[in-house]
Every structure is written in C-alpha cells, then in structure tokens.
Ligand binder design. Structure first.
Ligand SMILES: *Cc1c(COP(=O)(O)O)cnc(C)c1O
Length: 481
C-alpha cells in the first residue's frame, strides 16, 4: 500500500469530507511527520516523544483529529479563523479565481481584479486616513515592509539618520529577521533574530508591573517609557513606534485605557510615525473593524494579516496612511520593495469573500454588542476558581492568570515557579479534553472564532472550568498547591 500522503488528491478530498467516519493510520502519519516535517516554533525531540496531533477537518468552531476527537477551537487556529471553518463560499471564490487567473504579478505596470477590489474594500473599512494598501504574503512580511517604508519616508524627506524604530518587550511582530527584531521575544532575539536600529521599552502589563498603581495611572506611566526612550535615542533619530493594540502572542496583554492616547500624544509631540500591528486585532477581533478605533489612536500605518482571509489562504499587508503614502507616491520614485505574491489574485479573492461574510453577517457588531460582552461576563466568572488570580478580556480575546494562592489585590497573589510549567500542564488537560486554550507562561488565553454564539460560549466556559478542576487535582497530587 502506498503511504497515505501519496493518495490521489480526489481521494484525499473525499476522505476529508467524511472525516468523522474515516479511519486514519495515525501512527504512520506520526512517523512520517517526525521523520520529515520540521515544524515552526517546535522542540522536535519533545514532539517526537509525545507524538504529533493530526488535524483532519474543521467545521464552524470545531476541529476533528485523525483519531476522531472533536475539539473546540478556542484559538481560531492561530488567531485567524474569524469566520470559522468550512465556509464553502470562500472555497468556491478561491476555486473560481484559480480557474480564471491563478496568478499574475503586480510588478510591471499590471494589476488584477481581486487585488484592486480588495484594496478598495480595505480603504472603505479602515479609518479615514487610509487610502492605500501594500500587499504581502504574511504579517511578518508586512512588518518588514513597515521597516523599509518608514525609513524610506524619512530618507525622502531628507532626514537621513532617522531610522530607529521603538517597540516593546514581549511584543510579537512576526518571525522574519525584521519581524523578530521588532518583536520583543528574548528566545527569538537569541537565535539570530536581531538587527540594528530597533529599541525596546517595557510593556503595559498591569498584572506584572502595575504594583501600587491604579490601572489608569499605570497606563500613563507605561506610555511615559516611550518618551524616556525617545529622549535617550534622540528625537531626530526615531522614525516610528510600533505596537499591537492588544498584545496577542505575548499573552493577551490588554493595556489600561489611558495607555494608547498617551502614546499617540508622545508620537505627535516628536513627529514620530505610529504603526499599529493589527494582525490579530483587526477585522472584528475586538468588536471594531480595526482596534485603533477602539484605542482612540490615529496610526500612520496598520499591519494586517490573519483575519483578513480568516487564514483560508495566506495574505498580509500594510494599510498606508496619507502622511506616508503622499511622500512615497509623490516624491518617491521607485520604492524597491515587493514580493512575488504581493496582491496574489487567489488570496485577494479569499479575502474579499471573507470580508463580505464578516460584513453581511454583522460579526463585528455581534462581538461588540452581544457575544463580546457575554464572553466578558462569563470569563470573569472563572475568577472564583481557586487557581485563577486575574482575568480580563476585550472583545473576543481573553486571558486568565494561574496562581498558587489568590489574593484580593491581584499584585499580592502567590505565583508558581516558572520552571514548574503550570501553564503547560493546564494546556495539556485542555487539549486532552477537547478544548484548545493556549498557555503563555502561566497565563491561559483564548481568541475564539467570531461566529461563536452565546450557547457555544457557555459550552466553552464549562469546558475551561472542567479542565481547571482537572489541573487543580493534578497540582494537588504533585503537592504543588
Ligand atoms: C502572527 C502575527 C504576526 C506575523 O504574521 P505571520 O503571518 O505569521 O508572518 C505579526 N504580528 C502580529 C501581531 C501577529 O500576531
């Protein structure tokens, strides 16, 4: 028998459609995976020991693995499947575009219809200062584009040395060299993930650093670190500040409401460009089309990816505000930057249909008015659990901190030792009970598909509670609580 991976495409499709009843040779797939597939952000020795999980099908908010387990996807894949799995209108749009024009580039005085239409639609959906879009294949490439774009902007204006970009520790801006350098993940910096001209300031993490202050006071203090860094570097050297409105991969770090307006004020004071990395926060995640609206800021550039296609096909890009676009298009000459797949017609067709769904099904309004507030209330209810020291949420992202001993003042909770890996233990209980919830240290986070209903939120919260109980029992058995 040929290995499963060599089955003809039609047979694979048919078997995926019937996956619930299909029997897979999971052991063989695992062996092949371990032998040949290098995974992103993975310790392969550890993975080979545990055995990889093979996902075979998705529908709505659920996934099925090759062993027939049904799993509630509390993470929307990787923060991206906003409209849920199994949307045939997206696959049909992709199929039609592939049949008509699977590819053409946008380099040599040419364009394609989906790219034009998508650029126009994004301009319509985004804040008023945005009238231009630069397409890339991913969020990382979009942030690389930002680096080159803001440096080019200042060069064209005659400020040659104005190249420093300020970001934050524990930020995530992707995994290309520029993406990981912009990001604030030490583990990435250590592995050749740095470049000159990038500086970092502290993150607005109230749970970790807000000791003795109210949330609003802390927001002003944390934003002030930007001004301190600008003065240290020299205002005439700083090109831009970049930040995620809510940090995602860093652990759903929701800043105090005072933070972003103060960041905007400081950027304005020194004429520094503001980049909002909305790869996670865009397209309804926080109950607005773009989180900048919610945070009360007016960025010059917005990074997007993930939710723009709900992950069905890779696509990213930069919304270019008038301030930058004017300089680049009027003074610029050639901007020597772009990708083979910039404005890929199939990816743009997927995005157009995905955004149509979000708009026609009023998913942004639903998260803002109905399911977001419902999730907030239910998720906050988890704080009565003995392991939960702090919870918060914004729209359809939420997080809770696992603690050894709770306290009325969140800054007085007793924490576990990081080396105990309690978050990962909890994630394991979630995973084996059909619930995907991610662990960042001892903070457990979710970002569910925007289609999730109130009944499904109830189901998810019940699953989380059940798994928190399982974690507590496990930790008691180890004598850790
Ligand atoms: C995922 C992510 C990126 C990187 O996007 P890729 O498509 O993985 O390159 C950049 N910024 C943020 C905020 C992200 O969450």
């Amino acid at each position: 028998m040929p290995p499963q991976s060599l089955a003809p495409a039609a047979a694979v499709l048919a078997s995926v459609k019937n996956a619930v009843n299909e029997v897979y040779d999971t052991a063989a797939l695992r062996r092949q995976d371990a032998a040949h597939y290098m995974h992103p952000f993975t310790d392969h020795a550890a993975l080979a020991e545990k055995g990889v999980r093979v996902m075979v099908r998705g529908d709505g908010i659920y996934l099925w693995d090759s062993e027939g387990n049904k799993i509630l996807d509390g993470m929307s894949g990787l923060w991206c499947v906003n409209v849920g799995y199994g949307r045939t209108s997206i696959s049909n749009a992709v199929y039609r575009q592939m049949e008509t024009l699977p590819f053409y580039n946008s380099f040599f005085n040419t364009t394609n219809i989906p790219a034009v239409q998508l650029a126009s639609l994004l301009v319509e959906l985004s804040p008023p200062q945005f009238n231009h879009v630069f397409f890339t294949g991913s969020g990382s490439e979009a942030n690389d584009t930002n680096v080159r774009m803001v440096r080019r902007y200042w060069d064209l204006l005659g400020y040659k040395g104005r190249h420093t970009i300020i970001s934050r520790y524990n930020a995530y801006h992707g995994s290309t060299v520029a993406g990981s350098a912009l990001g604030g993940m030490e583990g990435m910096h250590e592995q050749a993930g740095t470049m000159p001209g990038i500086e970092h300031i502290g993150q607005p993490n109230y749970f970790e650093s807000g000791m003795g202050l109210s949330e609003n006071e802390f927001g002003i203090v944390a934003a002030g670190w930007l001004e301190k860094k600008i003065l240290e570097v020299g205002p005439d050297k700083v090109a831009a500040f970049i930040g995620e409105p809510v940090q995602g991969a860093g652990g759903v770090i929701i800043p105090p409401v005072t933070y972003w307006p103060e960041i905007q004020r400081i950027c304005d004071k020194y004429g520094i460009l503001l980049i909002a990395d909305e790869v996670i926060c865009g397209f309804g995640r926080l109950g607005t089309w773009f989180a900048s609206e919610l945070m009360g800021i007016k960025p010059d550039l917005i990074t997007f990816a993930k939710g723009v296609t709900s992950g069905y096909v890779p696509l990213g890009g930069v919304l270019v505000g008038d301030r930058v676009a004017k300089v680049l298009t009027e003074k610029g000459g050639d901007f020597n930057h772009g990708f083979t797949y910039s404005g890929h017609p199939v990816a743009c067709a997927a995005a157009l249909e995905n955004l149509r769904i979000i708009r026609d099904e009023k998913l942004v309004e639903q998260v803002a008015m109905k399911t977001g507030p419902y999730l907030k209330a239910k998720f906050a209810g988890l704080s009565d659990h003995p392991l939960v020291g702090f919870t918060n949420s914004s729209g359809f992202v939420a997080g809770l901190n696992l603690v050894r001993k709770k306290a009325a003042n969140v800054h007085e909770c007793e924490l576990f030792e990081p080396s105990q890996g309690v978050g990962m233990i909890c994630r394991g209980h979630m995973f084996s009970n059909g619930m995907i919830m991610r662990a960042v240290g001892d903070r457990m986070i979710i970002a569910p598909p925007l289609i999730m209903s109130c009944e499904q939120i109830d189901e998810m919260i019940a699953k989380i509670r059940f798994c928190l109980d399982a974690t507590l029992a496990d930790l008691r058995q180890r004598g850790w609580v």
